[in-house]
Design a protein around this ligand. Sequence first.
Ligand code: RUB
Length: 303
Amino acid sequence: MADVSQVIRDIKSLRIQGAQAVANEAVKAIKQTVTATRAKTPNTLLLELSKTRNLLIKARSTEPCLRNALLYVFKDLPHDDLRVFKREILLNIQEAQKHIRDVNRRISDIGSMKIKNGMIVFTHCHSSTVVNILKEAKKQGKRFSVHNTETRPRFQGRITALELSRAGIPVTHFVDSAARLALKKADIMLIGADAITAEGKVINKIGSELFAEVAGRYDIPVYSCTDSWKFDPETIFGFEEPIESRGRKEVWDKAPKEITIDNHAFEIISSESVDGVITELGVFKPEVLVEEIEDEYPWMFKH
Ligand code: RUB
């Protein structure tokens, strides 16, 4: 198992990417800290774990799924007995990992129902949730193909293309600026999500809103596929979900200094551009989903 500082480096460098993978690896890193600790009291262990948690959150501070998964892991811990503390936190970790596994299965079942024989599916970037849906549809014997975009500057679209083609799903890979051509022939657009706000906005990889608008022009339904743990409860109190902005070198190494480079990694997709959000709780319009999440995961809101 990679050590915790390596996990943090991998999250920062995008070696670990995609909201769910980031959350999953962060939970594993906390488990590793619990297993390896030399702390003698619950308070010293809590201090050690809190430091690790803060570093993990800072490594990708714009991922609510990571924050919610860690919130769950640190939920209702007893403070008087080290043995009980360890037992309870390991139990929370097990449940968080089970959530991620179960959610993937459930979303794949629900999402695969949207895929019909002969369809062309458009997707952007790399969402493990979308890839799992497509693999499930393929497993059910459905015949369809995928148009996907390369996703500059980090080319996560290549990960998608490779995973789909290894699963035997025909895929055509496009440069980002050819997205209109890729979409025009598509029947459905499936993308992931990094965050869902209280106002029903979905945040995903840069380009998502632009492509959703183009999809709207051709009457192509747009679905965001996501674990509900990507909801950010802080947005209820007016907190603006931050949009990650990355370094200029990713876009243009050694660009002349006088040229400003904008490297927004994500963008907001307005709820009007999204036909539905496919989650483990069902398919909802983004603004309705928030109420469903509150009913299902009250602990997220207590915080
Ligand atoms: C990945 C991305 C994905 C979401 C959802 O961006 O935008 O669509 O994270 O992924 P990056 P998943 O590569 O910058 O992390 O469905 O796997 O949670």
